[in-house]
Design a protein around this ligand. Sequence first.
Ligand SMILES: NC(=O)c1ccc[n+]([C@@H]2O[C@H](COP(=O)([O-])OP(=O)(O)OC[C@H]3O[C@@H](n4cnc5c(N)ncnc54)[C@H](OP(=O)(O)O)[C@@H]3O)[C@@H](O)[C@H]2O)c1
Length: 289
Amino acid sequence: MGAEHAVAQPFTLASQIPLRRGAQLPRLGFGVFQSSNAKASTIHALAMGYRHVDSARYYKNEDEVCAAVHKFKDGMPNEGNGAVWLTTKVQGQEHGTAATAKAVDESAAIAKRYGLTWDLFLLHDPTAGKQKRLEAWKVLLEKRDQGVFKSAGVSNFGVRHLEEIKEAGLELPEVNQIELHPFLQQKPIVEYCAKEGIVVEAYCPILRGQRFDDPTLEKLANKHGASVAQVLIRWSLQKGFVPLPKSDTPGRIQENCDLENFELDASDLGALDKLDEGFAVSWNPVDVE
Ligand SMILES: NC(=O)c1ccc[n+]([C@@H]2O[C@H](COP(=O)([O-])OP(=O)(O)OC[C@H]3O[C@@H](n4cnc5c(N)ncnc54)[C@H](OP(=O)(O)O)[C@@H]3O)[C@@H](O)[C@H]2O)c1
């Protein structure tokens, strides 16, 4: 997707993007991987207006995240978490028919203790191999249809993994969560997802603080009176992605959602598009067999 296709739109914390089956995904998510205190940070983020939290079984903080949402909502049980979108993921080691079913049920039980339901369940990665991947995907579709959670998606899936789902005659995911920022633009995956109506979530949207001294980023931050993190998150939003910045620092949690006062223009987006160099800060297993 080039700058000419960028989504020019006002952003507010209430902004949402529709998924293929009609659910409304909040445009900005709050990441909690390696969070030192996921409950406190999530409560802080919710108080600041974030309405989307990205957890995973692997992060070992599903319980903390659900407890935070529960506390924030003053303990009111709800149908569909009220205004807060909750995502979790099942990693490759737990893919396969029986293992994935067990994992999903366990995570659902954690949410249920707080009167919550996961809005989005993702296959965390494609590392289990074709057979177990497809088995796991079938389980997610079945569990979704049974009402165990609302929407089903994948993470770190490359084009071949998505094609494999299609070739198996199965419904494609509604979301693919991948590492995505100007230095790793994943264009083939992004284009495939756009063509198939799969919303792309961007993890490591601020590169874990790396490359903050890049001259293009510094120049744009100065131009807009914004921080480098804000420029990166704005880029992600304006490209039509759903960025998931993580922070345990209250000032940064605020900074990362304080995005309404500036907009990148076409020349800014063009300059950022030129930074693509296939540089991953995380594991990015989109090419595994
Ligand atoms: N599906 C996957 O395989 C996968 C992989 C990785 C991540 N994710 C998801 O995506 C989320 C985001 O990715 P990530 O946590 O790896 O990386 P990230 O959000 O790009 O960066 C987080 C790091 O940047 C720091 N930071 C936050 N805001 C900042 C700011 N305004 N200025 C300077 N530094 C700032 C944080 O420090 P402090 O916390 O100390 O403030 C933290 O060390 C994760 O939390 C997780 O939910 C998914």
